[in-house]
Design a protein around this ligand. Structure first.
Ligand code: FAD
Length: 545
């Protein structure tokens, strides 16, 4: 029978070990974990800070004795693998409790050591005892205890990625003053700039002091200093500025490291040594859309890779589709989900794309809790192949994004999405839901049925004195409108065409781009040749009066 050793006892490691047991009742499986816990929920860690998860022991899903009883897997916690000898097929392990080093032999070795939170030495004071990073149950327990026992009132969370935003929100729920500091000009990089504005507003509105485009430079006992010189009061600081793959073991063993800094693996997660596999946050993966190597430190891919690596050991064929990159987050009352590539990534990959931005309701408007859903769909030009989507709203935005993730896997086009027959009743959706609607608009664009410009171009249009017609009703216009736009409500448009010139481009605008789209078609029908819809939400436009 085979002897299989696994390094790391969480998402990738525990997943591989369990799958191996399902495939082979006789294998000897030992899983080494440096920390005191295996199989805990990393993703739920931030929710301990607000008490949603009251007891941090609840974050631990499986203990070593359960692994032994249910799976006949030996989970050795507090045991760190120090080195690999790939020629002798052995690992050197340190028992951290008894301070003993020993050697263990393997037939196959699986590496799932994860990724370390980044702590740049260039930040003054980064090693102070009021600075925390969050990776495991010990970390979150330590932070929570520090904040409570030192009566911390002000917290600075550095990095507005998924983990930073979740930690900031949970600290607000536990009545702390929270600053969220980000070096880039927007929160949540997986979202495009225009979409991120909606979440940023939600964070501000809930009392988070969001500071953008200003990197952290110094940490002191009761404040931090940013590059601009700005000082922010904070007795506890959480660094959530990204992770770097834990490749120390692999590098020392001479395993090949890829161009992105993760361990290089083939399509079956075999490293440069045929008896060593690697999965999870430590590896580099292949982006199906960008057709290049990338890293994607998320739990879903780690689980899929774990299963595939175990399969390969037992000669079960895998189909490696590469990664798409799907994720979701809640920030207070808003949910935001994304899949595929965003505009920045598409530009970097040199892919020719366009996008539509629609804002339909997530349920029939008469129903309780019906809310707009901001939905952006990106597709390849001229093929119409679906490349990505982002959705933000108070309802189930992830449902729409999961449809797009499925479409991307099966390489669907926007035209094909128009034909999707999706579940509908008024409490759940609309008869033509966001996915159908966005794909209809995209199909019309591909077929040159009308023209559009993104809302992000509005400032430029206003500055260049473009002719902009706001087709909302008069009372909406009175509440605020684009500088220099004239108001001709859609309901009056057909009678008032004399006010609209035929010898220059005419831009049409409304709340969600739907009425203005209808206005575009009406004017085109009346012979206008250069009418352009302004697509997207007016949120984030700064040239209103
Ligand atoms: P890990 O889960 O980090 O496990 C690796 C383990 O290996 C560690 O416990 C480490 O101690 C151990 N180890 C390392 N080196 C050695 C050694 N030499 N010897 C012994 N043991 C070793 N993903 C999502 O998809 N959705 C989310 O909502 C989400 N939220 C998250 C929230 C937080 C706060 C964090 C930290 C992560 C979150 N993630 C989320 C990411 C997700 O948890 C990771 O992608 C996933 O856990 C990766 O699994 P892994 O096995 O590669 O690494």
């Amino acid at each position: 029978s085979k002897k299989i050793l696994v390094v790391g006892g969480v998402a990738g490691g525990a997943g591989t070990a369990a799958r191996i047991r399902r495939l082979d009742e006789d294998a000897e499986i030992i899983m080494f974990e440096r920390g005191p816990h295996v199989s805990f929920s990393n993703c739920a860690l931030p929710y301990h800070l607000s008490g949603v998860v009251k007891d941090c022991d609840d974050l631990v899903l499986m203990c070593p004795s359960k692994f032994a009883e249910q799976y006949n897997i030996e989970a050795r916690v507090n045991n760190e693998v120090l080195s690999i000898n790939k020629e002798a097929k052995t690992v050197e392990v340190k028992d951290l409790i008894n301070d003993k080093v020993y050697t263990e032999k393997y037939d196959k070795l699986i590496l799932s050591p994860g990724a370390n939170p980044i702590k740049p030495k260039s930040i003054t004071g980064v090693d102070r005892d009021n600075v925390f990073t969050i990776r495991n149950v010990v970390d979150i327990d330590k932070l929570n205890k520090y904040v409570n026992s030192n009566n911390v009132k002000n917290v600075a969370v550095i990095g507005a990625g998924y983990i930073g935003v979740e930690i900031a929100e949970n600290f607000i729920h536990s009545n702390k003053n929270v600053a969220l500091v980000e070096a880039m000009d927007q929160v949540l990089q997986p979202l495009d700039f225009d979409m991120a504005q909606i979440l940023q507003k939600e964070l501000y509105d809930n009392g988070i002091n969001v500071v953008l485009a200003d990197p952290l430079t110094e940490i002191h006992s009761d404040h931090v200093v940013l590059k601009s010189g700005k000082k922010i009061k904070a007795e506890a600081i959480v660094l959530a500025i990204g992770v770097s793959p834990e490749t120390k073991l692999a590098k020392a063993a001479g395993l090949k490291i890829g161009e992105t800094g993760g361990i290089e693996v083939n399509h079956n997660y075999v490293t440069s040594d045929p008896n060593i596999y690697a999965v999870g946050d430590v590896i580099e993966v292949y982006s199906k859309i960008a057709r290049s190597k990338t890293r994607l430190p998320l739990a879903g891919p780690a689980q899929r890779q774990a299963r595939a690596a175990a399969n390969h050991i037992y000669n079960i064929p895998n189909r490696n589709n590469g990664v798409i990159g799907s994720s979701v987050i809640r920030a207070f009352d808003y949910n935001a989900a994304t899949t595929g590539l965003n505009e920045k990534q598409l530009k970097k990959a040199g892919i020719s794309y366009d996008f539509v931005y629609v804002i339909p309701m997530d349920k029939v408007g008469l129903m309780p809790d019906a809310n707009p859903i901001h939905f952006k769909l990106l597709y390849e030009v001229p093929t119409g192949k679906v490349l990505g989507a982002q959705a933000i709203g108070k309802g189930n935005v992830d449902k729409r994004i999961d449809i797009i993730a499925t479409a991307i896997l099966f390489e669907a086009t926007v035209e094909e999405l128009t034909e999707l027959e999706l579940a509908y009743a008024p409490l759940f959706s609309t008869p033509r839901n966001a996915v159908n609607q966005a794909s209809l608009v995209a199909t019309n664009l591909i077929n040159n049925r009308f023209k559009q410009v993104p809302v992000t171009k509005v400032r430029e249009l206003v500055e260049n004195d473009a002719f902009i017609v706001d087709v909302r009703e008069k009372d909406e216009y009175a509440q605020g409108h684009l500088i220099n736009s004239i108001n001709i409500p859609l309901s009056e448009l057909r009678e008032r065409t004399a006010e609209i010139p035929t010898d220059q481009p005419v831009y049409l605008h409304c709340r969600s781009a739907q009425r203005s789209y209808n206005a575009c078609l009406a004017l085109q029908g009346k012979g206008y040749e250069n009418v352009i819809n302004i697509s997207g939400s007016y949120l984030g436009i700064c040239c209103y009066e």
